[in-house]
Design a protein around this ligand. Structure first.
Ligand SMILES: NC(=O)c1ccc[n+]([C@@H]2O[C@H](COP(=O)([O-])OP(=O)(O)OC[C@H]3O[C@@H](n4cnc5c(N)ncnc54)[C@H](O)[C@@H]3O)[C@@H](O)[C@H]2O)c1
Ligand SMILES: O=P(O)(O)OC[C@@H](O)[C@@H](O)[C@H](O)[C@H](O)CO
Length: 523
């Protein structure tokens, strides 16, 4: 049977079901009409993670009887929304089980999708923001998406700038249209992501209010604590970019729409997402205009403290620091799959060292969760999942935006506990990142680094550190004082000497990364 995701697919869902695909249990057309009339949820940042987490949560709520879906908006590349519309905003979410089998589901919870760079898209999303029924906006715009440039602020309201000024402009329209309350929900991988979003949006609103581009009352409205809220979240589901192998497995089930294209702005686009079985969405329950019935979508709701602890457990201790350490060493050692790296005993020891030995002793325990059990599941099941096509190269993207979040909190806690000087695996991971930045792999061959907004600046700052010259490791000392990168001044924290010692070993020449890793793993 040949299964095609197109405008007629909604009439052929029985064929998808017969071929083994999960299908929506609700009337998709009725959901779209209800959403157009009473929009409730907008998502900004139409990436893979949205498809495998938010859209799945929305589908579960719809299956359980909720009647409105998600309005998807993307700012940057028009191809992202063109890709969504090409399949009538339908896609397949393929869950890759640890036994190698596949669980595909047709997801239909995206009611509309809009490119914010087009007149029509901006007008429709503005209209949605003006609607009193809108309850929340979620974001996955990557860590760098929260950077607000001075030019963005100077440009004033409109859609030309980055994600945060665009969001502030849409909120200004909401304020002008009656100022109904709203929750603004960051679902990017920061600890305390609610606060981070609030800081970014408020900075823009205050600057516009100060130079008369927005009423002063707009900035106060955003900050009064009850009109606009910024709930914290913990989000978790390892979602690699769509992989050709998963596309082939879906094609074997009869799906025709499995082509993967490369977007001009980088990254693949497909009519499917691929992800793991485990997922967590923990939300601070602070929605001033009401909220969808998230409980029926499998979401855990809690207070700020609970969510913050869950988030720090995952982002600062039990998952993302392991990922970052694996990403940079994996790229240096020539790996292209995380699961394969987990079969390497030295790398496994590094992962245990970063998470269990150095992270767990200073982690906060979130209510109802056990960090040691969470970490065990990450190390024993999730990272080694052979079906999950995750790559160190994906995870290495934007490391400059993440290294402080991944390691800074743990280092600060060790400083407070007086144990910072005993750290060795985290300093090794930081040294490996600097070694990675030299763009020479462990064989001595050049490799292409993953995108990162600071690459050019980092090259300049680390120009004195040279492959094959271990003594140049000390040239990184000044860089290690930069708390805006590392979340803490590593020299003041007493961690810099260990980083420099590791970096010196890593700079010895071909084979030095493997040999330093081996020595540390066996010390
Ligand atoms: N993929 C995962 O496993 C995963 C899991 C947990 C959390 N997250 C969070 O979700 C984010 C996105 O992950 P993804 O897998 O969807 O990535 P992706 O590359 O598939 O999508 C990234 C999205 O962010 C937008 N974007 C990129 N740079 C931007 C910028 N400077 N300003 C505004 N928007 C920008 C893109 O247009 C796209 O919509 C991550 O950075 C992370 O914070 C991802
Ligand atoms: O998405 P980033 O860039 O913040 O980090 C890369 C990965 O560590 C991340 O995407 C994980 O897969 C995810 O956090 C798992 O929930």
């Amino acid at each position: 049977m040949s299964l095609v995701l197109d405008a007629g697919a909604l009439d052929r869902l029985d064929e998808f079901e017969a071929a083994g695909f999960g299908v929506p249990r609700y009337n998709v057309r009725a959901m779209r009409a209800a959403t157009a009339e009473r929009p409730s949820w907008v998502h900004l940042g139409a990436g893979n993670f949205f498809r495998s987490l938010h859209a799945v949560v929305a589908q579960r709520m719809l299956d359980a009887g909720h009647d409105t879906g998600v309005i998807l908006a993307n700012l940057r590349d028009p191809a992202v929304i063109e890709n969504s519309r090409a399949t009538d905003d339908l896609f397949v979410n393929a869950v890759m089980r640890e036994d190698g089998s596949l669980e595909p589901t047709v997801i239909a919870s995206v009611a509309e999708s809009h490119h914010l760079g087009s007149d029509a898209g901006w007008a429709r999303v503005t209209e949605v923001f003006e609607s009193p029924s809108l309850q929340l906006v979620t974001l996955t715009v990557t860590e760098k998406g929260y950077i607000v440039s001075d030019e963005d602020v100077a440009r004033g309201p409109g859609r030309a700038g980055g994600a945060i000024p665009a969001l502030a402009s849409l909120l200004l329209a909401r304020f002008a249209a009656g100022a109904a309350p709203i929750a603004l929900v960051s679902t990017d991988n920061f600890s305390d992501n609610g606060e981070r979003l609030a800081t970014a949006v408020n900075r823009v609103a205050e600057a516009w209010a100060a130079d008369g581009r927005a009423p002063a009352a707009f900035a106060s409205w955003l900050q009064d604590g009850s009109s606009a809220t910024f709930p914290s979240t913990m989000v978790d589901r390892i979602t690699p970019a769509p992989s050709p192998a998963v596309g082939e497995a879906l094609a074997a089930l009869g799906l025709e729409t499995t082509r993967i294209t490369e977007r001009a702005s980088g990254g693949p686009l497909a009519a499917f997402s691929n992800t793991e079985p485990v997922s967590y969405l923990v939300l601070e329950d602070d929605f001033p205009n009401g909220r969808p019935p998230f409980e029926s979508g499998g979401v855990v709701l809690g207070d700020r403290e609970t969510v913050g602890r869950a988030d720090r457990m995952k982002v600062c201790t039990c998952l993302n620091p392991l990922h970052t350490a694996m990403a940079v060493t994996g790229c240096l050692l020539g790996f292209t799959r995380i699961a394969e790296m987990m079969r390497d005993s030295d790398i496994r020891r590094m992962v245990v060292g970063v998470g269990a030995v150095e992270g767990l002793p200073v982690v906060d325990t979130p209510e109802g969760m056990d960090p040691a059990a969470f970490l065990r599941e990450v190390i024993e099941k999730r990272l080694p999942n052979p079906g999950l096509p995750d790559a160190p190269q994906r995870i290495a993207s934007d490391t400059s935006q993440k290294v402080g979040i991944r390691f800074g909190e743990t280092i600060r806690r060790h400083v407070a506990a007086g144990s910072a000087q005993s750290l060795t695996w985290i300093p090794f991971a930081i040294a490996a990142w600097i070694r990675y930045l030299l763009a020479v792999d462990d064989q001595g061959a050049p490799f292409e680094r993953s995108p990162d907004p600071l690459l050019a600046e980092l090259d300049e700052r680390l120009a004195g550190v040279r492959f094959g010259e271990p003594r140049t490791a000390t040239a990184a000392r000044e860089f290690l004082t930069d708390a805006s990168i590392f979340g803490v001044d590593l020299v003041a924290a007493g961690v810099a000497p260990t980083v420099i010692a590791h970096l010196s070993s890593l700079l010895h020449g071909p084979g030095a990364v493997r040999s330093a890793l081996f020595s540390l793993a066996h010390s």
